[in-house]
Design a protein around this ligand. Sequence first.
Ligand code: HEM
Length: 127
Amino acid sequence: MDPLELTRLVLLVVHFVGLAAIIGAYILQMPRRSGFDFSPVLVGSIVQLVTGVALIAVNEIGGTEIDRAKAVVKLALALVVLVLAIVGMVRGRAIKRAERTDAPLRAVLWGAGIVAIANVAVAVFWR
Ligand code: HEM
């Protein structure tokens, strides 16, 4: 197999693992009212950004045109997920120190999960 194609496929596999980390963490914690863990969402969103940008680069090098508008929308949605993950981590720590409930972070977790699912929809439907 051509090394560039192999690189693209490896990146795509890691891209799927990253999305599983975000959406898996969301689904697992969906029924919770408190006690949220945003670390898989944070790691997953960083993985998505890095592998996503690398996938664009590899496609460009290989001569495959990636829709610019689609890439920009995916990048923007992934950044929203990253920001929500950072908010969840930072506020979660502050709430823990103050020994209060992290129940208000439920909306942040749902936001990250839904925006990540929206990004899957963009990836699949935007052709
Ligand atoms: C929450 C973040 C993200 C999710 C859930 C996500 C989801 C997906 C999914 C499901 C696919 C496979 C689509 C298919 O092959 O039919 C895909 C492919 C792709 N994604 Fe993402 N993505 C995310 C972030 C990003 C970012 C930030 C970029 C870059 C700006 C990006 C660029 C790409 C590219 C270029 C492909 C096509 C790969 C190829 O066929 O070679 N993604 N993404």
